[in-house]
Design a protein around this ligand. Structure first.
Ligand SMILES: *Cc1c(COP(=O)(O)O)cnc(C)c1O
Length: 469
């Protein structure tokens, strides 16, 4: 399997060539040259497999530069009941006839990003050891991504993490989750500023090419193909749990922000998994809902990007969306490059023709949006009638899922976080605190390891230099 860029660079690259990279050199995103096809017989064979073994089978279709025995070992080390809370790894919870939650949030940081990040940590460690290299991951977080990255990379050889977060601006739980990590290779840098300041510093240091090369600075952002690939697995796992075979189809509802999670669903469907609908749910930041309704993709400015009670979906543009548009345009790289390069930059968006929107529908895509009031109502209804507590992001997904139910087609709502992470909104909806997994009780009382720095790129740079032995 080889990888190419959505903007036309067709230099053949193997999986491990792109594993540690961000964007392709031409500014595009990496995609495999084709999606391997999975037939009925293969689906039947995979149906009974444990999650780790299913993960190995799918990964092996896209990764041919890691020996199979090693890849299998990495998958088995990653997807354990000890890390993800159950042997099923992503079990289904039945809400009503034909309506399920797929639990993706029982990993170490209680959000679905662990599903991919835990594998990424092991892949990074493996590949860096093989090359005899080291990597310093520099990132900015306002919550979920940073903690998932830290829990994935903690104690991994050859990797250091420098994670910037806005000082005092994350939830008490999120701060405790990150700052309580005592691993020597994890550096929490609380920046006296807002999230945008953190991001600006990461960008400034990323543009310092000499520094970047000398200290081997890398990222773990959501455009990494390995993360997307790891997410493909749970679409198959969900399908197998909801069906018995015999040509049945299922739909998935996906709380969406950067389009990473649902893009994995698009890949699974493109491989031949019988997915009827991919239901994309946004919150008030409805860039993607607008696209699927109108064909217009319009990036929002910061004044138009709202802080909502499902904060991990508060995006102004969807960083993985280019992958899907590339497929939608019949993999026309020149046109993709024009849309996502000059047009986005100078006009803040583009509109695709009706035929392209029809093809998106042909790929199963439908969409909807949800508001704060919808989230509260959905959390309340799900708790009062069904005795299941869901988090605000999952509530966005469930609200929109209900608008797209079809008789005879099971609907699986992806649970992207646990309510324990969002106690404030749960209090507002239910007048009570969410339950917290036993292992995380008392988290706020643990000793903390964090360095407070001013919002100044030079000081962050000096800190990194001083801590790269
Ligand atoms: C990251 C995240 C999302 C959005 O996922 P994308 O892959 O960016 O679309 C939704 N919910 C939660 C809880 C998240 O952490």
């Amino acid at each position: 399997m080889k990888y190419q860029s959505t903007r036309g660079d067709r230099t053949p690259r193997a999986f491990c060539d792109i594993l540690l990279e961000g964007l392709a050199p031409d500014g595009g995103l990496y995609l495999p040259t084709h999606y391997p096809q999975v037939d009925e017989a293969t689906l039947a064979r995979w149906r009974g497999l444990p999650y780790a073994e299913l993960a190995f089978e799918i990964l092996a279709l896209y990764i041919d530069d890691i020996p199979a025995a090693d890849l299998r070992r990495l998958a088995h080390e990653t997807y354990t009941a000890a890390t993800f809370g159950s042997a099923a790894i992503t079990p289904l919870v039945k809400l009503e006839e034909g309506l399920y939650l797929q639990a993706l949030s029982n990993g170490p940081t209680l959000a679905f990003k662990d599903m991919a990040m835990q594998l990424l940590g092991r892949l990074f460690e493996y590949e860096l050891a093989r090359r005899g290299e080291q990597l310093n991951i520099l990132g900015a977080t306002s919550g979920d991504t940073g903690s998932a990255a830290e829990y994935a990379m903690r104690g991994k050889k050859g990797v250091r993490v420098f994670m910037l977060s806005p000082y005092g601006r994350m939830s008490a739980f999120q701060q405790a989750q990150m700052f309580s990590l005592q691993d020597a290779n994890i550096h929490n840098l609380a920046v006296e500023g807002v999230f945008d300041d953190c991001q600006d510093i990461v960008k400034a240091l990323g543009n310092d090419l000499d520094f970047k090369r000398r200290y081997r600075i890398g990222t773990v952002n959501s455009i990494n193909w390995a993360r997307l690939l790891a997410q493909v697995v749970y679409y198959f796992a969900g399908y197998f749990q909801a069906t018995r075979g015999n040509g049945e189809r299922v739909s998935f509802a996906v709380p969406s922000g950067n389009f990473g999670n649902i893009c994995a669903g698009h890949v699974a469907r493109s491989m031949g998994l019988p997915i009827e609908k991919l239901v994309l749910a946004t919150n008030e930041n409805d860039v993607l809902d607008e696209f699927f309704r109108s064909g217009r993709y319009r990036v929002r400015g910061s004044a138009e990007t709202f802080e909502t009670s499902s904060p991990s979906m508060d995006i102004s543009k969807a960083s993985n969306f280019e992958r899907f548009v590339f497929d939608l345009l019949g993999r026309d790289a020149a046109r993709t490059a024009a849309l996502f390069g000059p047009l986005l930059e100078h006009e803040g968006g583009f509109t695709l023709e009706a035929a392209a929107l029809e093809r998106a529908a042909g790929c199963g895509f439908v969409s909807g949006r949800s508001t704060h009031a919808d989230r509260l109502a959905t959390i309340r209804d799900t708790w009062q009638r069904l005795r299941v507590m869901i988090d605000p992001h999952t509530a966005d997904g469930l609200k929109v899922a209900r608008e797209h139910l079809q008789p005879g087609v099971p609907m699986l709502v992806l649970e992207t976080a646990l309510p324990a992470k969002f106690a404030e909104t749960i209090q507002e909806a239910l007048g009570r605190d969410p339950e917290r997994p036993a292992a995380l009780r008392g988290l706020e009382a643990l000793p903390r390891r964090v360095t407070v720095l001013p919002a100044d790129a030079q000081q962050v740079k000096r800190y990194i230099e001083a801590h790269c032995g």
